[in-house]
Design a protein around this ligand. Structure first.
Ligand code: ATP
Ligand code: MG
Length: 286
């Protein structure tokens, strides 16, 4: 039998583009034609299943797929037994409670005895229980924002990113109850040979993520300030120093996190650094 693992990704929606981009950045090639529900990589032992995101936690816990990429909101809502391997940093959103704009919000007690429409009955139910609120949860699968205006519910609990959909439907956000981003999940009982392939994939994902949060920095500096500059941008092992054609000057090359670069920019300039270039890094293996 050919040794290959299966990963479930969203077929089309707010997770799919970034999921596939991450896989491509990991150097994994595959054909993704429209309407294709299954595809095998041509250069990595992995097969893709393109599914609705609702089905991904279940497929991974049943072992139909070994891995999956899904939003934490969907994962917690479906309450399936899987292992979360990694947060992926994309498809960030929040689940919030919202009520009609004209209503006066008095705190979470507002919802006592009220009727709330949502596609996330479990997450909402757990939240209300934690807050000791008794409310009626009305489960609907989509277009939740319309519920109050048609008299179906007094409040809603739904995904919010910018809040513009709420506004268009005459609602206001009053409580944030859950924060979500895309995660890589795995079946809990993977065979050892599958784990080895998963580790190779994780190694690549880590290299891509590290690359994104770091920058390659090049700058020119007078030789007398090199010690100070090296202390500000220490790099992976230590910076590269190359002499410039102009005597008494050097070019310094280093790798640092983007945050560290901005924190140190003034000190670098004060120390005499000039001609500073900041270049993206595609992958980084430490
Ligand atoms: P499917 O047809 O696969 O069931 P869907 O309609 O349930 O798709 P999408 O709207 O594509 O879901 O959203 C998929 C996931 O992306 C959500 O579960 C959530 O984790 C995340 N998400 C939703 N809305 C946003 C947003 N506005 N910004 C970023 N991420 C979002
Ligand atoms: Mg869905």
């Amino acid at each position: 039998m050919e040794k290959i693992i299966r990963i479930a990704v969203q077929k089309s929606g707010r997770l799919s583009e970034d999921s596939l981009k991450l896989i491509k950045e990991c150097g994994i090639k595959f054909y993704n034609g429209t309407g294709k529900l299954k595809s095998t990589s041509t250069n990595f032992p992995i097969e893709f299943l393109f599914l609705r995101d609702d089905d991904i936690p279940g497929y991974v816990s049943d072992g139909v797929a070994d891995l999956g990429i899904v939003g934490e909101n969907e994962l917690v809502e479906k309450n399936k037994e899987v292992e979360t391997l990694k947060k992926l940093g994309f498809s960030k959103c929040r689940l919030s409670l919202a009520i009609p704009k004209g209503e006066k919000y008095t705190g979470i007690d507002y919802f006592e005895g009220k009727n709330i429409a949502t596609s996330y009955p479990k997450i909402l139910g757990d939240y209300l229980q934690k807050k000791n609120i008794n409310a009626e949860i009305h489960e609907i699968s989509g277009s939740v924002e319309i519920a109050p205006s048609i008299g179906l519910a007094e409040g809603i609990c739904d995904i919010v990113s910018s809040g513009s959909t709420l506004m268009m439907n005459g609602l206001k956000e009053v409580e944030e109850i859950f924060n979500s981003e895309a995660v890589l999940i795995a079946n809990k009982e993977l065979a050892d040979w599958k784990k080895e392939i998963v580790d190779k994939l994780l190694f690549r994902i880590n290299a891509v993520q590290k690359g994104k949060s770091n920058k390659y920095v090049l700058l020119n500096a007078p030789n007398e300030s090199l010690d100070k500059i090296i202390s500000l941008i220490p790099g992976m092992r230590s910076p590269t120093i190359l002499p410039l054609a102009q005597k008494g000057w050097s070019s310094v090359h280093s790798v640092i996190s983007e945050d560290q670069f901005w924190e140190n920019i003034e000190e670098l300039r004060t120390a005499g650094a000039e001609g500073i270039l900041v270049v993206p890094i595609e992958k980084m293996v430490i």
